[in-house]
Write a protein that binds this ligand. Structure first.
Ligand SMILES: Cc1ncc(C[n+]2csc(CCOP(=O)(O)OP(=O)(O)O)c2C)c(N)n1
Ligand SMILES: CC(=O)[C@@H](O)[C@H](O)COP(=O)(O)O
Ligand SMILES: [Mg+2]
Length: 594
């Protein structure tokens, strides 16, 4: 029966006017609303579909925004956004100048905490609960966290602290037994046993002093409502275990939960994915990594693959399928992944630790203390380096060059294309006595014919791609393509030289001296922050070597970059072909007039 309830709901106060019996109709409408918009505009799907009833129940029972509701990661918060004033602009989700795909404090008073990286919700909610206590406020503080996110170290740290407080904190475990890929680890097994009723040990969460209840069916609105209502009057830290189905309500999303985590465009009526064109495309860098590691590992038994919870995203799944005993998904545990790799390296193994650039931020101390300080030959494959697009500020991999640049012993390499990625992977597994970070972007390169025979790359050596006589462009990584295209559109092509420095660290000093002795101006281009990145190393080189040329540094400006298509964001950052062309033309005028 069609009731058109959602139409009349702008804020939770409107929702609270509904009769309990109407909430299941609202759930259906909310699900359809999410499906219709994500089908056309893309975004995260399965997680939000799974918490439709929970979202309605939470806003119905609790007095948001005075009661503080925190969604862990936040990719499941589409229903929350729609019910909290953003229904009419939800179609701008994740688009340039549109709303963010994640809860964000500056976007709404209902977004109690900004999220995107996982496992922060318990600590943040506890912080708020303690603050409320100190201020004498009587509020509820609710953290909704998934089964994959709760297995992360940070979540345990929050639980461990909360359990010795009397803070008014409710942790809701949204247990659907899957992250992006199926959840892993002993905690996953424990939760499965709890659900089956076969867990005989003490309840872990009770042992941590939480008032535990559940597991309950997270799609049963009356059960959810009465349990949340009951918990409102229970004092101290509480833990509610809720069982849901990721993708609930869309057949394909329930059946293929990995694909429908963020499925791209699909048919809202049938649920079928839009068919991709039959045109042969250059491979994704992820697949170059995934296929190459399998190829190398089949010959070199020391090679290990490690991913913290991103086997599909990183394509390490290929190695997990082919060589399962040497490829590990350790769950959302970036810190552990790095130190696990360090431990393996001490024993002569060759760990390829594949982590998204943005998520390695979590394991910074492990990179310094456990790897670099001990000069252990861990190979970091930093996926999603540079601008990632619609995930936005929480996910851009733009800080890595800056945060890695200052770490002694660490070599930093950025392949300009798929062939270079393949060659560096081959080179490092031959044996190195230092750690290395290999950073490459999200998505496809431009080479169809990338499976070239392996070649060894000389560590610390850059390459001249094109000679010139006035301006030298120094680039790093895949930015080279836009530069090549920009040069091809310029009248004075002969004036421009182009160098792929390949290594941000160590810099090829011989090549740099040659460049600074040959050219009148130098321009550096990178898809990372200008502050502290590759360009700043070149500026420092020029200054310490007493070169007086003008050095222009292009890269990501000193601010958080929001969401949008990668092309749009590159344009805004003046890293697109046209902007580079203009920059070169301006610099040519400057050089000629000076
Ligand atoms: C620190 C960090 N590592 C990895 C990710 C990538 N990531 C986003 S969602 C997700 C899975 C979350 O699973 P779960 O907590 O079970 O939530 P569900 O999607 O099942 O609702 C992962 C690994 C992240 N956001 N943050
Ligand atoms: C919510 C989250 O952190 C992930 O789902 C992320 O959006 C994955 O990004 P990719 O699509 O680049 O793998
Ligand atoms: Mg889950």
């Amino acid at each position: 029966m069609k009731k058109e309830l959602l139409k009349h709901i702008n804020l939770p106060k409107d929702l609270r006017q509904l009769k309990v019996d109407d909430l299941s109709y609202l759930a259906k409408e909310l699900r359809d609303f999410i499906i219709n918009i994500v089908a056309a505009k893309e975004g995260h799907l399965g997680a939000s579909l799974g918490v439709v009833e929970l979202t309605i129940a939470l806003h119905y029972v609790f007095n948001t925004p005075d009661d503080l509701l925190i969604w862990d990661v936040g990719h499941q918060a589409y229903g929350h956004k729609i019910l909290t004033g953003r229904k009419d602009i939800f179609e701008t989700n994740r688009q340039l100048n549109g709303i963010s795909g994640f809860p964000k404090r500056s976007e709404s008073e209902y977004d109690a905490f900004g999220v995107g990286h996982s496992s922060t919700s318990i600590s943040a909610a506890l912080g708020m609960a303690i603050a409320s206590q100190l201020k004498g406020e009587n509020k509820h503080h609710i953290a909704v966290i998934g089964d994959a996110s709760i297995a992360s170290g940070m979540a345990f740290e929050g639980l461990n602290h909360a359990g010795v407080t009397d803070a008014n904190l409710l942790v809701i475990l949204n247990d659907n037994a899957i992250g992006i890929d199926p959840s892993v680890g002993a905690l996953k097994q424990y939760l499965t046993n709890v659900k089956k009723g076969t867990e005989k040990q003490d309840n872990i969460f009770e042992a941590l002093n939480f008032n535990y209840s559940g597991p309950i069916d997270g799609h049963d609105l009356p059960v959810l409502l009465s349990e949340l209502e009951r918990l409102k009057s229970v004092k101290g830290p509480k833990f509610l275990h809720v069982i849901t189905t990721k993708g609930k309500g869309l057949k394909q999303a329930e059946e293929n939960q990995v694909k429908y985590h963020a499925p791209g465009k699909f048919n809202a009526e049938t649920g079928e994915l839009n068919t991709t064109s039959s045109e042969k495309l250059a491979p994704k860098y992820q697949d170059v990594f995934g296929e190459t590691i399998v190829e190398l590992a089949l010959k070199n038994e020391k090679i290990i693959g490690i991913t913290p919870a991103m086997p599909t995203g990183s394509s390490l799944k290929y190695m997990m399928e082919e060589i399962p005993d040497r490829a590990f998904d350790v769950g959302i545990a970036e810190q552990h992944a790095v130190t696990l790799a360090a431990g393996m390296a001490t024993q002569g193994l060759i760990p390829f630790c594949n982590i998204y650039s943005t998520f390695l931020q979590r394991a910074y101390d492990q990179v310094i203390h456990d790897v670099a300080l001990q000069k252990l030959p861990v190979i970091f494959c930093l996926d999603r380096a540079g601008l990632v697009g619609e995930d936005g500020a929480t996910h851009h991999g733009v800080f890595d060059l800056a945060y890695l640049n200052c770490i002694p012993n660490l070599v930093i390499f950025a392949p300009k294309d798929a062939i270079a990625l393949r060659h560096i992977m081959y080179t490092v597994q031959l044996g190195i006595d230092f750690p290395i970070a290999i950073r490459y972007p999200r998505g496809r390169g431009h080479l169809l014919d990338w499976k070239q025979p392996f070649k060894k790359i000389e560590i610390g050596k850059g390459e001249c791609l094109k000679k010139g006589n006035k301006i030298a462009i120094l680039s790093i990584g895949t930015m080279f393509k836009a530069i090549e295209d920009a040069i091809s559109t310029i009248d004075q092509k002969d004036a421009i030289g182009h160098y792929d420095m390949m290594f941000v660290k160590p810099l090829d000093l011989k090549l740099l001296h040659h460049i600074f002795k040959t050219y009148k101006a130098v321009i550096t281009i990178e898809d990372g922050t200008i502050v502290g990145g590759f360009g700043s190393s070149i500026l420092s080189f020029a200054s310490t070597s007493n070169y007086k040329q003008k050095v222009v540094t292009l890269g990501i400006e000193d601010k958080f970059i929001e969401h949008g298509k990668i092309d749009q964001l590159r344009k805004l950052q003046k890293l697109d072909v046209l902007s580079i062309k203009k920059e070169l033309e301006n610099l040519l005028l400057f050089v000629e007039s000076s």
